[in-house]
Write a protein that binds this ligand. Sequence first.
Ligand code: SF4
Ligand code: SF4
Length: 441
Amino acid sequence: MQTNFTPDQLKDPATANSEKTLRNCVHCGFCTATCPTYVLLGDELDSPRGRIYMIKDMLEKGKAPSSKVVKHLDRCLSCLSCMTTCPSGVNYMHLIDHARSYVEDHYKRPLLDRMIRQILAFIVPHPKRFRFAMRLAFLGRPFRKLLNRFAGLRPLAAMLDLAPRKIPARASLDTSPNAAAAPKAAKGRVAILQGCAEPVLKPEYQAAAFRLLERAGYEPFYAKGEGCCGALTHHMGKEEQSLNAARQNVKAWTRELQKGDLAAIVVTASGCGTTIKDYGFMLRSDPEFAEDAARVSALTKDITELLEVADLKPRKPQNYTVAYHPACSMQHGQQIKEKPKALLAGAGFNVVVPDEAHLCCGSAGVYNILQSELAQKLGDRKAEKLGSLGADLIATGNVGCAVQIDSRSALPVVHTVELLDWATGGPTPKNLSDLVSRSTS
Ligand code: SF4
Ligand code: SF4
């Protein structure tokens, strides 16, 4: 694609990088067929190619975008399905990230939209605030239908829909570095990302990861000072807030790295994993952090990348059929496709995958709050595909997908690590207690 940036515009590193990305696009349109919003809406402006044109035009003009452009960019899920499909290697992720940050800096959103985004950015990345907000959700629930009647208030109704009726108790893990009296683990220490939303909504996921990693010969711990990976604010274009979250994590893990025996940084939520693996790029222009951030990204692994089938040693055959939902951040963001399925099969589960596995479930960070109508359509479509396989349960590797699918599926939804932990000696996953008692009675 030809571009027309001025030399002055190209002095900005973000614009210079986007210019290179834009030039790689040959307008072939292969990406449109695998884009969830194009599949749903059939509008070129809701396809990757259409968005790429709009981003080029917006950046070249260097002015505030129109509300129409912002509408179509906001509808993008950042699912990155287009990157998997693109034969020219267009890095759409960096392009849309730059576009979102540009929109945030140059476009004044309507007051209500701005307020809702501020509230989300203030609450969700902070576990204490998030837990408190989830607890208060019961006060708003009676007004849910009323809120849904007004387009500007629908995100609040979506938040209430997604808030669990019961907030799980805080996990009581002994997670400080080297606190365990156990002998030094053979494969070294691994820092598990605690993050923000996952330990509030599903503390059982990381509890299962700790047990599983210990069984596989690692010494897992939470590094002091780490927190939200920054993905939620990054996807809202709140660049400084997300970079500060990244810096805080890079500092925390660099301190652990300097102790000399950190085997990996392990992530149990693939949405966070995609962002942390990109810290090296995000902080490339920060002289104080660039090198450490690149090192942190290189050391980061989804938990399924670290585990081997040979580590599992299942205690008994598992007579359950698992419908595996590959999160977009797993299959498109990190290109991890076969390993989770191989681990589940190695642990004795029968694994099946639905049609349209490449399409997003509509969760996508806070997309299911900000774009609730499209998210609902995608969620219903995904739950229907997963439910049609005759499986006993659904497994996925990202907490956002689990919550999105669980709210509309008749089948229980669990994290892949819960199943692997269960098969190798851990407790029955909480969501499977009914299924297991039915099948053993
Ligand atoms: S990231 Fe997903 S929603 Fe956005 S343009 Fe690409 S395929 Fe479409
Ligand atoms: S598939 Fe790649 S090169 Fe073709 S239009 Fe989409 S982004 Fe551009």
